[in-house]
Design a protein around this ligand. Structure first.
Ligand code: ZN
Length: 450
């Protein structure tokens, strides 16, 4: 039987790479984009399905590069609503230490469903909580990814520096270096897919300088190089963290990163706010990626990532919603809009355009995850895309469709395709009972707070 061909026909607007006219639409075959048609062009061969996109703006599927799915259980929790990072963390750690497998499964479903409905097709999660009984946390997340049909880069996070050793997290949330590395290897061998079209990948992700030992940083870098997987951590999020590194290691954050063997193109960092000019230059020269998390950085009042300076130095920049205890939405369109506004405060209105921030949310994010098969609408790329309507009240009277998506605040995709399959249809996830999921997730969230 011939492959199924789908024509996404004559979109209202389409976000294609510069110089490519996509007004005639896209042809999908075998999970890939095989043709991008200019205005007035038709597919080179007959299609089995035609999706009229005259009312839709078509984007590459958005890519989220930093999250903590489990934190959807502690959104808008009163004791930390008005706290900066360190006190926020110290108050939340004991709550998070009570996480159980069923609650993580529900939290992952909620976070991923929310991302998917916002037009996100690939998500990375940073899970670093493995208290007793949670040894299979990543395995649980793999099942949820399969159920939703999304792509995911699940990072095997870790914490090994407890309060007793001068770290920030309580002792019951940290693991031995041996246990961390053994499980990391198990997960890579079991789940990590390679090459174009991969659905599930694994990366290694010690949590932060103040929650892991120097040894686990070094060993994770060694293991990642040996197994050829990516490295991820939080870095330069707050000035408290910078002071912690000076006190404990006698080094600034980027010096520490370099010392433990992480300053290279395999690494992407969440936040990346507090860098000096020399550090920006070194990160760029190394090709180390930065995940900008504007809402989290505003909520915790951490600072503003120097995105354009990092890019000019050579560092790829992408976007992340960050965990739901510091955002508290898992909506990547909403995040993209916030990136535009926050970055305009730093770089001005003329340099931070809707196209710029959409580029971060798509091809920039793809670069952070080490992928060249997603993030752009052109022939040969995976068929991952999101389609938005502009007939809601919020868009009424708008003119430029791409600008309207960002400036009027699009937040829910109408159709989403991943690897050639429709995963959101008419604004809903087929076969998912959202009311039931919300009821169960809310119950789990109440139980966790105790
Ligand atoms: Zn984070």
């Amino acid at each position: 039987m011939a492959a199924q061909r789908i024509w996404i026909k004559n979109p209202l607007a389409v976000f294609t790479p510069e110089g490519i006219d996509g007004q005639g639409g896209l042809v999908i075959e075998n999970q890939q984009i095989v043709e991008v048609l200019a205005a007035g062009q038709s597919p080179s061969a007959p299609c089995d399905e035609t999706k009229d996109a005259a009312q839709h703006v078509v984007l590459p599927g958005l890519i989220n590069t930093h999250h903590h799915f489990y934190q959807t259980l502690t959104r808008a929790w009163a004791p930390v609503v008005n706290q900066p990072l360190f006190p926020w963390l110290k108050r939340l750690y004991p709550v998070w230490a009570r996480l159980r497998p069923e609650a993580l499964a529900l939290a992952s479903q909620v976070a991923m469903a929310e991302l998917l409905l916002s037009g996100c097709t690939t998500a990375s999660d940073h899970h670093y909580l493995f208290p007793d009984g949670m040894e299979e946390a990543i395995d649980i997340q793999v099942e949820v990814v399969k159920q939703l049909g999304m792509r995911a880069l699940l990072t095997r996070g870790s914490m090994s520096l407890g309060e007793e050793q001068g770290g920030l997290p309580p002792q019951q949330t940290v693991q031995s270096g041996e246990a961390i590395l053994e499980d990391s290897l198990r997960l890579i061998r079991r789940y990590h897919q390679r090459g174009a079209g991969a659905q599930i990948q694994i990366a290694l992700a010690p949590c932060s300088p103040f929650s892991v030992t120097e040894e686990i940083m070094t060993e994770s870098a060694r293991l990642a190089a040996q197994e050829d997987v990516r490295l991820h951590t939080h870095l330069a999020e707050t000035l408290n963290e910078e002071q912690f590194c000076l006190d404990r290691f006698g080094l600034r954050t980027v010096d520490y990163l370099e010392k433990v063997g992480w300053l290279g193109p395999r690494t992407w960092l969440a936040h990346g706010i507090h860098f000096n000019a020399d550090e920006i230059h070194r990160l760029g020269a190394a090709g180390t990626g930065i995940c900008h998390c504007p809402v989290s950085n505003m909520r915790l009042a951490s600072g503003i990532c120097p995105t354009l300076d990092l890019e000019a130095a050579g560092a790829p920049v992408g976007l992340g919603v960050d965990g739901s205890a510091s955002n508290d939405a898992s909506n990547l369109m909403y995040e993209t809009r916030q990136a535009l506004y926050l970055q305009r405060l730093r770089y001005g209105a003329e340099r931070i355009t809707p196209q710029k921030v959409l580029g971060w949310a798509t091809r920039g994010s793809a670069q952070l995850l080490g992928r060249s098969d997603i993030g752009e609408l052109r022939p040969g790329m995976q068929a991952d895309l999101a389609m938005f309507r502009l007939d809601e009240l919020r868009f009424s009277g708008s003119h430029d469709p791409i600008a309207a998506l960002i400036l009027c605040g699009a937040e829910r995709a109408d159709y989403v395709m991943i690897a050639g399959k429709w995963r959101v249809v008419a604004g809903a996830i087929p076969d998912m009972d959202l009311d039931s999921l919300i009821a169960r997730h809310r119950a789990a969230a109440s139980a966790l707070i105790g």
